[in-house]
Write a protein that binds this ligand. Structure first.
Ligand SMILES: Nc1nc2c([nH]c(=O)n2[C@@H]2O[C@H](COP(=O)(O)OP(=O)(O)OP(=O)(O)O)[C@@H](O)[C@H]2O)c(=O)[nH]1
Length: 136
């Protein structure tokens, strides 16, 4: 049977540093899922490719610049929220310019993949942890 929920496409990125730690970002007060730790990213703007949207979001949210060749698709999240069904490709990026700053988040943290479960994340993100642990 068809679902009434519209699909929402959101692109997200795991920045990975030289110590194989992953950058997570805490959603700020006033937003849905406030206080939870997520991967930087966001919705596509009209006409954008997923990679272009992610490059823009990384610049807006963290002040770092990267390019399509540095974005490797890893896995995706598919999760039914109350008003929409989230489809969220997760890319891995190991090469960027700039030092990540929390421009739109409450805080940033570099975390070993095995420690991601210690940080409360949106329910859609939980299945993403195992592929990250396998990769890193
Ligand atoms: N960027 C990002 N979004 C995520 C993750 N996990 C997850 O469920 N989401 C959901 O995907 C949507 C991302 O939207 P967004 O980043 O463009 O905008 P937003 O936070 O202002 O969303 P909002 O309008 O629901 O508050 C939100 O509904 C958010 O809850 C994640 O790891 N990273």
């Amino acid at each position: 049977m068809a679902t009434a929920r519209p699909i929402l496409l959101v692109v997200a990125c795991a920045l990975v540093d030289a110590d194989r730690r992953v950058l997570i970002a805490q959603r700020p007060e006033g937003k849905s899922l406030a206080g939870l730790w997520e991967f930087p990213g966001g919705k596509l703007e009209p006409g954008e490719s997923p990679e272009d949207a992610l490059i823009r979001e990384l610049e807006e949210e963290l002040g770092v610049s990267t390019r399509t060749a540095c974005l490797a698709p890893l896995t995706f999240a598919s999760h039914a929220y109350e008003g929409f069904h989230l489809l969220m490709p997760l890319y891995v990026c190991r090469k960027w310019e700039g030092f990540p700053q929390p421009r739109e988040h409450a805080a940033l943290k570099w975390v070993r993949p095995q420690a991601l479960r210690d940080y409360p994340m949106p329910p859609a993100d939980l299945p993403l942890i195992a592929p990250l642990c396998d990769l890193l």
